[in-house]
Design a protein around this ligand. Structure first.
Ligand SMILES: Cc1ncc(COP(=O)(O)O)c(C=O)c1O
Length: 383
């Protein structure tokens, strides 16, 4: 039997996705005069002159690229400085910088578990955490979203596994809700499991000076690993893992996404260092963001938009079907608000949504104007 030509199966698959309203499009972002509620630049730092200058200085000092993977000759003094600063931020002994948050999760989870082990993941955990579990060759078991009781049941049921690793996000990327980290930590500890906390959307947003929720709740320690990205509130690019010296030593032996990939671009390291400087100089910036997010949520609510409780800058408008979410995002775009439809497999079927994110890059008045326009479109949509 001859195999089906790629032109045939790709065309068939693409048509199938288009028919289900699930076709993804790559289009160059054109904000134009629209109000941008689609980025993860929560603190409004990506275009801050202090960051662009930090990036330019690092590029001038260290070049356009790191030239090699960290264990060859790519680990530069600027990376070492960034790792020290991140370790301090996370109140940990050590930190390790990866070329992206995705790479950090891939390398981290695949290093903590292997064949015969089990990774327990929140049902809504990010793709990069799940991909790390898959790469590890361990078994992946999902617990109900934010349900520490269900996690405990599963840990008891799988008592026999050699190593057990629990993975969750601390602020969920598509829902903006917070994980019950204290409960998850207590359960994991009771059963001798390690807890990996993805702080991608908490870094720069929660905790003292934006240190994240592991610091805010005081759960850093031997059995907790925090990871995060430099690419969201910190306005740069790259990812990090923070924990003990022993953990860094272990990742140096085993994290394939670290070992077999060129080290983080110096300009990204420079921009991230500048972002940490801004956070140190303006420690109230995360709180200002959360206050702004609360105001935005309140304004939507008073416009009769159903908004989940919370103060994170991520606000999901759950629509249900994929086509509906895409249609509502187009309507918002026509009304001058840039927001993206999020559809399966990024979110579970039947929960397609438009994800709104608050950024300090958008002035308060413009943000409130956006809330009013969204509310008007929502009421028209629902009527
Ligand atoms: C929860 C979570 N973890 C990890 C990542 C990956 O981070 P990065 O974009 O830096 O690769 C993202 C971003 O998409 C995320 O939302």
């Amino acid at each position: 039997m001859t195999s089906e030509p790629p032109a045939d199966w790709m065309t068939r698959e693409l048509s199938r996705r288009a028919a289900a309203g699930l076709l993804r499009r790559r289009s160059v972002a054109e904000v134009g005069g629209r109000i941008n509620l689609a980025s993860n630049d929560y603190l409004g730092l990506a275009r801050d002159p202090r960051l662009t200058e930090g990036a330019a200085m690092a590029a001038r000092a260290w070049g356009g690229g790191a030239t090699a993977s960290p264990l060859i000759c790519g680990l530069l003094p600027i990376h070492a400085e960034l790792e020290r600063r991140l370790a301090d931020l996370k109140r940990c002994a050590s930190a390790m910088v990866f070329s992206s948050g995705y790479a950090a999760n891939l390398g981290l989870v695949a290093s903590l578990a292997g064949r015969g082990d089990i990774v327990f993941a929140d049902r809504l955990a990010h793709a990069s955490l799940l991909d790390g579990a898959r790469l590890s060759g361990s078994r992946l078991v999902r617990f109900r979203h934010n349900d520490a009781g269900h996690l405990e049941e599963l840990l008891i049921r799988h008592e026999g596994a050699a190593r057990r690793v629990v993975v969750t996000e601390s602020v969920f990327s598509m829902d903006g809700d917070l994980a019950p980290l204290r409960d998850l930590h207590a359960v994991a500890r009771r059963h001798g499991a390690m807890l990996v906390v993805d702080e991608a959307h908490a870094t720069g947003v929660y905790g003292p000076g934006g240190a994240g929720r592991t610091v805010e709740l005081g759960i850093a320690g031997e059995d907790v690993v925090a990871m995060g990205t430099l690419s969201k509130a910190l306005g740069s690019q790259g990812g990090y893992v923070a924990g003990t010296e022993r953990l860094t030593e272990w990742l140096t032996q085993s994290a394939r996404s670290y070992l077999y990939s060129t080290a983080l671009c110096p300009a990204a390291a420079g921009a991230a260092l500048s972002a940490l400087d801004v956070l140190a100089a303006e420690p109230d910036r995360p709180e200002r963001l959360r206050r702004r997010a609360l105001e935005f949520r309140d304004r939507l609510s008073s416009g009769r938009v159903p908004v989940p409780a919370g103060d994170s800058p991520i606000v999901p408008l759950v629509i249900g079907e994929a086509r509906g979410a895409a249609e509502f995002a187009s309507r918002l775009e026509a009304a001058g608000v840039l927001a993206v439809a999020i559809r399966p497999p990024t979110v579970p079927p039947g929960t397609s949504r438009v994800r709104l994110s608050v950024s300090l890059a958008v002035e308060r008045e413009r943000l409130m104007e956006a809330a009013d326009r969204i509310a008007a479109e929502w009421r028209r949509w629902r009527s």
